[in-house]
Design a protein around this ligand. Structure first.
Ligand code: HEC
Ligand code: HEC
Ligand code: HEC
Length: 477
């Protein structure tokens, strides 16, 4: 990897500048802000619609000062408040890499901001209060910590999600790394606090998480952080990951919960948890090694905000890395029950998070949790995109067999399908098979006019059965 490409990866520029399925760096996405949406521009070297005509100086000024080519203020959804730390040398290397890519002609989509945010001059007030270009970085105890700070507080813009306060769009300026909300998820406290932050993680564990997405408790990374790991941190050098870890461990501990209004430890009633969750995660939240994660000391569970656990309960999780899928159990629970189960988990088994999972928050998250497993994917069921699985399924007439299947014949049908798939595509991993067949079954159920909650239940059962028959064929019957 060239230096410029490496830096562009560390800055995760593609996360915003490349639309899913679109040409690299050609823009086209919209970034949400409280005042509307900002379209992301094309930064390929196209002369008319990209940045081909920009000078290196103009490019550096955009990153360093948040000022566009015509001298206009840029919206801080572009993380220039972090990129301001990027050195001129590094900026020029990134520019050279971007300039080496194919030019794509793709004019910028209109901004969709409400007044007065739609006027770029309105950003002056924000800048006066919150932004000053960083001329020279503060000094740090060791060169390794300084490198980590450069990556975390600069290129990696980790605070864009992990800082607590939300000022002017998505830039959070206080509560540094203390945890914050992002797109309906909660990015946990990553200061060195032992209980709420990553103080109890070793540097090697933090580095491993950033490389693989597997946390020290064996849990799997979720939501926006999954993309950060995939696109960016998993590709960084081991020395840089350890530098990030060393820096995070050097950030003084901050408690997020100290100033939340709800008292810790309010919830002791565990009946809802035991009924809906205990069969898989266990009455004491220990899970099943390698297949069902523990709910103890888990970032998704004990974060300052309850969003992540609620989202998982309502939306379920596809099978990944050898783990079972989690059915969208919340589809069949009331908002009160989801809140009670979430609060119970957050306050039991040694977890001590605020009991702040209000039913209103559940209702809000329910409205925009649209997953296959929840029975209401927004644009119909996903197609089976894994080529080897799609090919293997062709020969098995899986779709029509699943259509004819009843609750009673489900297990037999799965047992007939699996060997055929194994034979046609022997190298397919269990997660791809489980998730692919779940997608096929989603399409079958979509044709039946049934309530989403029932669809979620049937899909969840089916998905778990496929997983169970793959992993534990002897136990299934
Ligand atoms: C979180 C999303 C996000 C990330 C990450 C991001 N950008 Fe951007 N970028 C934007 C948005 C949105 C704008 C438009 C801002 C505006 O119009 O005020 C922008 C604008 C720019 C511009 C100005 C282009 C123009 O036509 O005015 C440049 C140059 C740029 N980004 C380069 C980069 C580089 C290099 C990286 C990685 C180091 C990066 N961006 C990472 C969202 C992002
Ligand atoms: C049928 C089994 C099953 C039930 C019932 C179930 N879960 Fe899960 N849960 C899982 C599995 C399997 C995973 C891991 C899925 C993955 O990562 O792909 C998981 C993951 C999670 C996670 C994410 C953990 C992490 O490390 O990322 C949370 C939080 C969670 N479950 C909470 C709950 C709660 C609360 C309930 C009850 C309301 C519940 N689960 C009911 C099987 C289940
Ligand atoms: C786009 C938003 C976003 C960005 C940028 C981001 N994170 Fe995260 N991060 C999250 C979310 C959301 C979670 C919670 C994921 C989960 O529960 O599995 C998380 C989880 C983590 C965790 C696990 C914490 C725990 O207690 O389980 C660590 C460590 C972490 N992030 C470090 C970083 C570092 C270092 C960077 C910068 C290189 C970064 N993150 C950038 C959103 C983000």
């Amino acid at each position: 990897m060239t230096r410029g490409k490496y830096l562009v990866t560390a800055g995760d520029c593609a996360s915003c500048h490349t639309k899913p399925g679109g040409k690299p760096f050609a823009g086209g996405l919209y970034m949400p802000t409280p005042f509307g949406a900002v379209s992301v521009p094309n930064i390929t070297p196209d002369l008319k619609t990209g940045i081909g005509a920009w000078t290196d100086e103009e490019f550096y000024r955009a990153l360093h000062e948040g000022i566009g080519r015509r001298g206009e203020y840029l919206y801080p959804v572009f993380p220039f408040p972090w990129y301001t730390r990027v050195t001129r040398d590094d900026a020029v290397a990134m520019r050279a890499y971007l300039a080496s890519l194919p030019a794509v002609s793709s004019p910028r989509a209109p901004l969709r901001l409400s007044w007065p945010a739609s006027m770029r001059d309105s950003l002056l007030a924000w800048r006066t209060v919150f932004f000053k270009p960083v001329a020279s970085p503060p000094s740090y105890a060791t060169p390794q910590i300084a490198r980590g700070a450069y990556l975390v507080e600069g290129l990696g813009h980790c605070g864009e999600c992990h800082n607590r306060n939300n000022v002017a769009g998505r830039s959070r300026w206080s509560g540094r790394l203390e945890g914050g909300q992002i797109e309906g998820w909660y990015a946990p406290n990553i200061t060195s606090d032992g209980a709420e932050g990553i103080g109890s993680w070793s540097e090697a564990e933090i580095a491993r998480f950033l490389r693989t997405g597997t946390s020290r408790h064996g849990g799997v990374v979720l939501g926006p952080m999954q993309e950060v790991v995939q696109r960016s941190t998993s590709k960084l050098a081991a020395t840089d990951l350890l530098a990030i870890a060393a820096y995070l461990k050097s950030v003084p501990p901050h408690k997020t919960y100290a100033d939340t209004a709800t008292p810790v430890g309010r919830v002791t009633e565990g009946g809802t948890y035991v009924s809906y969750c205990g069969s898989c995660h266990g009455v004491t939240g220990k899970g099943v090694g390698g297949e069902i994660p523990p709910l103890v000391g888990n970032g998704a569970v004990s974060a300052g905000g309850a969003q992540n656990i609620i989202r998982v309960v309502l939306g379920g999780l596809p099978a990944q890395r050898g783990m079972a899928p989690m059915p969208a159990v919340g589809a069949g629970m009331t908002d009160q029950e989801v809140a009670a189960a979430a609060d119970y988990v957050r306050n039991s088994f040694g977890n001590a998070a605020p009991a702040n999972a209000e039913p209103g928050l559940v209702a809000q998250i329910r409205a925009d949790t649209q997953t296959t497993l929840a029975g209401n994917p927004p644009a119909g069921c996903p197609k089976v995109t894994q080529a080897p699985l799609a090919a293997a399924l062709q020969g098995t007439s899986a779709r029509s067999r699943l259509e004819a299947m009843t609750d009673v014949t489900m297990l037999d049908e799965i047992d007939r399908l699996l060997p055929a798939i194994h034979a046609a595509a022997p190298s397919l991993d269990s997660s791809s098979i489980v998730n692919g067949l779940t997608d096929v079954y989603c399409a079958v159920l979509a044709d039946r006019k049934i309530a989403p909650a029932l669809r979620a239940e049937q899909l969840g059962n089916f998905s778990m059965l496929v997983y169970g028959q793959l992993k534990h064929p002897a136990d299934g019957g």
